[in-house]
Design a protein around this ligand. Sequence first.
Ligand SMILES: Cc1cc2nc3c(=O)[nH]c(=O)nc-3n(C[C@H](O)[C@H](O)[C@H](O)COP(=O)(O)O)c2cc1C
Length: 192
Amino acid sequence: MALPKIAIIMSTTRQTRFGEKPAQWIYAIASQRNDMEVELLDLRDFPMPFFDEVASNAYAPTTNEVAVRWQQKVAEFDGYIFVTAEYNRGIPGVLKNALDYAYPEWNRKAAAFVGYGSVGAARSIEHLRLICVELQMAPTRTGVHIQGGDFMAVWRHGQSLTEIDYLQQNASTMLDELVWWTNALKAARAQS
Ligand SMILES: Cc1cc2nc3c(=O)[nH]c(=O)nc-3n(C[C@H](O)[C@H](O)[C@H](O)COP(=O)(O)O)c2cc1C
């Protein structure tokens, strides 16, 4: 069976974002594995307006051209890693908008999470897991949470994420879970 295709999706687009560091970090780890193919997706490349369609594309085709291009890109993958910040205890609006702009493309696929912030985006990732359930995705138990002093050390004091041992272990466990669910769901999709 071909290797599962995994998209790493960055949640923020602001010019001075931190999000690129954890995204590049998990991309480097995932691309060294021989059980998945990974691609990094930047929502800056998909500048969609706030959702303004007659319905979800579960019910009516989307008219916005960028959003259609986004749906086609999402459809290419078997699973996803969301690299997310926490904005006022929720996921950043640009990520929510991107999630809302697709539906069947997410269905019956696996999702994993890398969060960063004062509590490692734990609160926004719990919210994101619920959103994933509504989108008929299977969220992994394990997430990677870059938090507290570690987040500050990397954000403000130039420490590298590769120097923080427990994060490498968390990433490995999470990616193992993601591959298991991705392969299971890929096989099930092929049969149905
Ligand atoms: C609008 C806004 C709201 C924020 N709310 C939270 C929050 O609820 N919890 C938290 O840990 N950090 C919060 N922060 C701090 C972010 O964790 C930090 O700025 C992080 O770098 C944001 O990700 P980004 O740089 O990729 O945009 C907030 C930042 C912004 C800009």
